[in-house]
Write a protein that binds this ligand. Structure first.
Ligand code: FES
Length: 566
């Protein structure tokens, strides 16, 4: 096979002049023979492995499998690191740094002598950050995701990452779990490298990377320690060399139709609310506008069929054995664009032709779904003029239409200081409101949107109530939780002027979120509102605050989006 155009890397290694010698000689310092410069495609392996990110730790071994494939196909692999965003460890939130990682990925790709790139990511933000960076760099790219951890096992009880931590933490706060049991759970829940074991953000985004066409079919859901993950990594290494020869780029794969497919599958998976922000951001890098209204339109017309926690019963391992996202796409194929081009060089329809469901309790049918609509609904109203998000499949049906008095917290710190106060004026009808936790407010829009149910209510057996914020929540979370209220309170969105005692109306079937306060009073309060003072005067966070967009725009930086979104 010959390249369809001169290799990009030849600019570095082709000339026989001083610069060419310089480039070749310095790479030969790594012990390579001169043969490696003989017109072989150079494949960068963009690795987010890090000991500060347990989910991605094994990617250093996955990279070796990719290299085998690259060599087999006649390419020359060179691995490089980028920053890695370890979800459990970074404060205040990995989301503050997603765009920094995307810039790292883009700049490393564009500045380096490579013809194609293999992205290795897994933990929540690493996948969208890599796809954003690669979309902007736009050279041939394939992704190999890290796969989910082995399922947690506590005695005979299966434990799902995040989801079951929260469930058991609520039990402990209610006095229904001992210290010893709590310690046993800690040692049982995370049994290997790999990302979280439920349909959280990582499982959602890795699955959607496959739907977008950026991974080989069947890659996303293979458990992290499974030998098949290494086999697919090797195959991806072979394939990227061919993609360089074909000059097949992300902009040809991640098209508007591909994003529409991703939104459909997001709804059928009951996937993470965070995926909405990430898909908007990735598409924005390619000049594609994804309005929130499109998510809601597809939500109303796509059934939720994936019985995986937090919206369902099973774990990601079960999902893989049931056929994974390939089987989901096959089931909802009447709703998909099957002619989208993928990294295989074939269409999505060709890729999923032989997909099968092996467990109809895990992956349901369109005729007998778990819920007639998709996992996520978009709400509008005077409390969220540009939209808010709720994962309706992980909410309590009895609360989907609810009116209650607001109890307002100004910050996450204040909320934690007060939430378990026995004198807190709260009951099961109260609507908990948390503000100043959006993209600018926190900053970084942390996953603080799942406010805990007050302990005094937990002790009465109340385990859910309506909660509203401009934050995000972990994809592993559940409850009747309204998120991403836009515009956020820190820029003067109406959430900023809600007062304790105000009546709030949530109506998910009719997609409404309203503050039941007279318009004149709302306008009076907004006119008197003053923006919070920022204490960030230097460094990356200062730049972040000057350029971050709102949630409905994907929380990208204004200058990193493509110009003229359509
Ligand atoms: Fe990394 Fe959940 S903590 S995927």
């Amino acid at each position: 096979m010959r390249p369809s155009k001169p290799l990009r890397s030849r600019e570095w290694f082709g000339p026989s002049d001083e610069a060419g010698l310089f480039h070749r000689a310095w790479l030969r310092a790594e012990g390579f023979h001169e043969q490696v410069f003989q017109n072989k495609p150079i494949i960068g392996i963009c690795n987010s492995a890090s000991e500060l990110n347990n989910c991605n730790l094994h990617l250093k071994f996955v990279a070796e499998a990719v290299k085998r494939g690259v060599w087999q196909a006649g390419g020359f692999p060179l691995e490089f690191p980028t920053i890695s965003l370890g979800e459990p460890f970074m404060k205040p939130t990995t989301m503050l740094y997603r765009n920094l990682m995307a810039m790292d990925v883009e700049e490393m790709i564009t500045a380096s002598p490579i013809d194609g790139v293999v992205l290795l990511g897994g933990c929540d933000k690493t996948v969208p950050a890599q796809l954003m960076g690669a979309a902007s760099a736009n050279i041939p790219t394939i992704m190999v995701t890290g796969g989910p951890m082995l399922r947690g096992m506590w005695g005979q009880q299966e434990l799902g990452s995040g989801t079951d931590v929260r469930r058991h933490w609520d039990k402990k706060r209610a006095g229904k779990l001992t210290d010893e049991e709590w310690a046993e759970i800690e040692g049982s829940i995370s049994r290997s490298a790999g990302h979280c074991t439920v349909m959280g953000t990582a499982s959602t985004m890795t699955s959607l990377a496959e739907v977008l066409g950026m991974t080989l079919p069947g890659t996303a859901n293979i458990p992290a320690p499974d030998s098949r993950r290494y086999a697919t990594a090797e195959a991806s290494g072979r394939r990227i060399v061919e993609m360089v020869y074909e000059d097949l780029k992300p902009s040809q794969i991640m098209t508007r139709k591909a994003f529409e497919n991703a939104i459909r599958v997001l709804m059928a998976l009951g996937g993470s609310t965070n995926a909405i922000i990430h898909l908007i951001a990735i598409a924005g890098r390619l000049g594609i506008r994804l309005p929130l209204s499109l998510f809601d339109e597809f939500s109303r017309t796509t059934p939720f069929i994936t019985n995986v926690r937090p919206s369902g019963k099973y774990l990601m391992e079960d999902f893989f054995y049931a056929g994974g996202v390939q089987a989901v796409m096959k089931e909802i194929s009447p709703l998909l664009h099957l002619d989208t081009l993928t990294c295989t060089g074939k269409t999505l329809g060709e890729n999923i032709r032989d997909a099968q469901c092996y467990n109809p309790d895990v992956i349901r049918t369109m005729k007998e779904p778990l819920y007639k609509e998709g996992g996520t609904a978009i709400l509008y109203g005077n409390l969220a003029p540009r939209g808010a998000v709720i994962k309706q499949t992980a909410a309590s049906p009895r609360l989907l239409q609810h009116r209650g008095r607001a109890l307002v917290f100004e910050s996450n710190k204040e909320m934690y200081e007060r939430i378990d106060d026995p004198d807190l004026d709260v009951d099961e009808n109260t609507v908990l409101v948390l503000r100043n936790v959006g993209p600018k407010g926190a900053p970084g829009m942390p996953e603080w949107g799942r406010l805990p149910v007050p302990a005094k209510l937990l002790r009465r057996g109340i385990d859910d109530m309506v909660r509203i914020s401009d934050a995000r929540m972990s994809g592993t979370s559940y409850g009747t939780i309204v998120l991403h209220v836009t515009p956020e309170s820190a820029v003067g969105g109406p959430l900023a002027i809600v007062q304790t005692g105000d009546l709030i109306e949530l109506d998910v079937p009719n997609r409404k979120l309203n503050l039941l306060v007279p318009d004149e009073e709302i306008q009076r309060r907004l006119a008197a509102w003053k923006p919070p003072l920022s204490s960030y005067k230097r460094g990356y966070v200062k730049m972040y605050l000057e350029h971050i967009l709102q949630a409905d725009e994907g929380c990208d930086f204004d200058y990193l989006q493509a110009e003229n979104l359509e």
